[in-house]
Ligand binder design. Structure first.
Ligand code: FAD
Length: 387
């Protein structure tokens, strides 16, 4: 067991650090406030080959795998910017296409994702089917050489800045008493009948969330990813990467906010000496720091297990526990750091509340804390299913 970074990973992180310095938190905040995509940062990541770290080499990436991807996301977040597209594009679309796409599909989509020329977002959530995916009502009806999509989704991140959207739709209700059969479609965002409206979240994100409507959207059969009715199999392979990438972003964000808190607490003097000496401020930050590093180790372990070809269950156990610890730690870090700032923490110019809200999101989306605990209870501890 070797806990040191390889030379290749270290070089990758040196490049990420440079991009992080060139496009710091202020750059992202500016784009979030104007709701514009941080294209210059994306281009820099593309030019440095970072957008293709987990894309196989034969499809234009560097094939460095999941560990490289989580290291990148963790470090970008530490600089204050965790691109949301790393979750849906690199975290969900790339593993799904790489694993389940035909060679033609891989050629069609992966090189453009790796270069940064194209982005893919992900659409599963519906108003009456959040955590319970099998209740979705968006349908894909087979008609000759294509499927016709009808229905609606919500909370779809970044569709306005994406070229494709990976859509989960119901293609068969299944036998009575059985689950619906779902299918994954890669849909061009400029398809006729596909429209969207912005949702009004209170997150400070450059990539917004959207209501998405499918009104007789014609999708060629060659855009079905995996088997018709076999969408769940494709999704299962994307879940572990998604857990890891979300946790990595949270952990890096936690480190960023702790750095902000400690810097301020070392300078601010109210009674005798800096406020950072008060254990009421210092201990929660110390605890958060320890938990962040635990989460980081777990996520790196899950990624390394995935890269070395371990079974998805082995990877999933560690990925879920890492996601739980990492996102909880990030919230503790944001809470503790915010406390240091006193009233100033609530001034917009201090940009602290945005971290607090962002860290809180990690307990809800893309997978809520309770479902992660359900996984651990049921699949690791062997306890009965509760829902
Ligand atoms: C910023 C943001 C970005 C998002 N981006 C995307 C995206 O790009 N694409 C996409 O498809 N979706 C996206 N989502 C949607 C997100 O994945 C869902 O919000 C999430 O899956 C939860 O669904 P829900 O909101 O309907 O909550 P519900 O399913 O209604 O759950 C509500 C709460 O009930 C509890 N709960 C639910 N089920 C159980 C259970 N079995 N056991 C115990 N407790 C339970 C949890 O605490 C949960 O928070 C995004 C959401 C947000 C906020």
């Amino acid at each position: 067991m070797d806990f040191t970074l390889s030379e290749e990973h270290q070089m990758l992180l040196d490049t990420v650090d440079k991009i992080g310095r060139d496009f710091p938190r202020e750059y992202y905040v500016e784009h979030a406030k104007t709701q514009t995509f941080p294209q210059e940062q994306w281009d820099a990541l593309g030019q440095a080959g970072i957008l293709g770290v987990n894309t196989p080499e034969e499809y234009g990436g560097s094939g460095m795998g999941m560990l490289a991807l989580v290291l990148v996301q963790e470090r970008l977040a530490e600089h204050g910017v965790a691109p949301l597209f790393f979750v849906v594009n690199q975290g969900i679309a790339v593993p799904s296409i790489s694993r389940h796409g035909t060679d033609e599909q891989k050629q069609r989509w992966l090189p453009a994702i790796a270069s940064g020329e194209k982005r893919c977002c992900f659409a599963i959530t519906e108003p009456n089917a959040g955590t319970n995916t099998f209740k979705i009502t968006t349908t894909g009806r087979e008609e000759g050489d294509h499927f016709m999509l009808n229905g609606s989704k919500l909370f779809i991140s970044g569709i306005n800045d994406a070229n494709q959207v990976l859509v989960v739709a119901r293609t068969d209700d299944g036998e009575p008493g059985q689950k619906a059969r779902l299918t994954l479609f890669v849909v061009d965002t400029d398809s006729e009948g596909l429209t969207w409206d912005r949702m009004d979240t209170m997150l400070l994100n450059a990539e917004g969330q959207f209501f998405v409507y499918f009104d007789d959207v014609k999708v060629p059969k060659e855009n079905v990813l995996g088997e018709v009715g076999g969408g769940v199999n494709v999704l299962f392979d994307a879940l572990n990467p998604e857990r890891m990438i979300v946790a990595a972003g949270s952990i890096g964000g936690g480190r960023h906010v702790l750095n902000r808190g400690t810097e301020y607490a070392n300078e601010r003097e109210i009674f005798n000496g800096p406020i950072g000496a008060y254990q009421g401020l210092q201990h929660p930050m110390a605890e958060a720091k320890a938990l962040l590093e635990c989460g980081s180790l777990m996520v790196q372990k899950a990624a390394a297990l995935q890269d070395s070809g371990h079974h998805a269950k082995v990877v999933g156990d560690i990925a879920n526990m890492g996601k739980l610890v990492g996102t909880d730690a990030a919230f503790k870090a944001a809470d503790a750091a915010l406390q240091c700032f006193g009233g100033y923490g609530f001034c917009e110019s201090y940009d602290m509340v945005s971290h607090f809200i962002g860290a809180r999101l990690g307990k809800v989306a893309p997978i809520n804390r309770e479902m992660t605990l359900n996984y651990i209870g049921e699949f690791i501890l062997g306890l009965p299913k509760s829902y």
